[in-house]
Design a protein around this ligand. Sequence first.
Ligand code: CO
Length: 141
Amino acid sequence: MIGRLNHVGVAVPSIEAAKQTYRDLYGVPEDAITETRELAAQGVKFAFVNVANSQIELIEPLGEHSPIVKFLERNPSGGQHHVCFEVPDIYAARDEMIRRGATVLNEPRIGAHGTPIIFIHPKNSHGVLIELMETPKGAHT
Ligand code: CO
C-alpha cells in the first residue's frame, strides 16, 4: 500500500514566477521555499514549496527535449502534473505494480529528493500521473 503523500508536482513555465505567487498570494515564507536546482538527467529544473503537511514541487523544462515541454504546450500557464506517494522499497513497489497490471513508465531512477522514483501511467489512475518515491532514510522518525 502507498504511504505518505510526499508532494504534488506542478509544471510551470517559470519557477521564479511560481515562487512569487506562493510567496505573495499564499503567504508562504521565503525560507519555506527551496532554491531552484537542476535535474539534468530528467530534463527539469525544480524547487519545493513547503507547506504544513506536504510540499508543492515546481518543475520547469530544462532543455528542448524535456519531458514536460509537451505538457506545457497543452497547459501554457502551467498545471498540476503528478502526485507523489512514498513507498518503503522502490524495487518491491515496481514489481508489485507490474504484477497488478499497471504500466510502470521507467526503471527506478534518482528523483528530486535524492531517492529512487518510478512513474505510473495516468491511464491506471483516472488520468493522474502517479510518482512513487522511496522514503528517504531517516525521514518521518
Ligand atoms: Co515529483
